[in-house]
Write a protein that binds this ligand. Structure first.
Ligand code: 5GP
Length: 131
């Protein structure tokens, strides 16, 4: 059965998309740890990031780097934090989070639920910066 993230990349489930190419897809985390929290995924279904072959892993992280550059321009922050957890959704993904303090990347804190309009506005700002 397709993972929820495969279904998002295929457009079967709506998402706040920020970037896409033929192999990778980036969208806002539905329950962000900080505003602008982005998930980057390969369209190819693989549950564990470190099972990707070397070529796909390298291309994936380079795509995430381009998304991080767009995120940094779109969201006021000191740095973009990056992490891989993957305990919840069994589809490889990289978390990118705009950071103003280390606490912004504390996944133990209650997650945010932002209004639809704000999510749309953040996604379109990031998408506009993606090169
Ligand atoms: P992890 O697997 O890295 O522990 O966490 C998965 C992340 O995916 C969580 O931060 C969660 O909020 C996010 N997530 C889970 N389901 C959905 C979904 O259907 N749409 C979006 N946009 N994010 C999701």
């Amino acid at each position: 059965m397709a993972t929820i993230f495969s279904r998002i990349a295929a457009g079967e489930i709506p998402s706040y998309k920020v970037a896409e190419d033929d192999r990778f897809f980036a969208f806002l985390d539905i329950n962000p740890v900080a505003p602008g929290h982005v998930l980057v995924i390969p369209k190819h279904e693989e549950s564990y990031i470190f099972n990707l072959d070397d070529e796909e892993y390298a291309a994936f992280t380079l795509f995430a780097k381009r998304v991080a550059a767009a995120l940094e321009k779109a969201m006021p922050c000191k740095r973009i934090g990056v992490c891989v957890i993957g305990l919840e959704v069994p589809h490889a993904h990289i978390h990118l989070v705009p950071l103003n303090s280390e606490a912004d990347m504390d996944f133990r804190k209650p997650k945010l639920t932002l209004p639809d309009e704000q999510m749309k506005e953040i996604a379109s700002r990031i998408a506009a910066e993606f090169k």
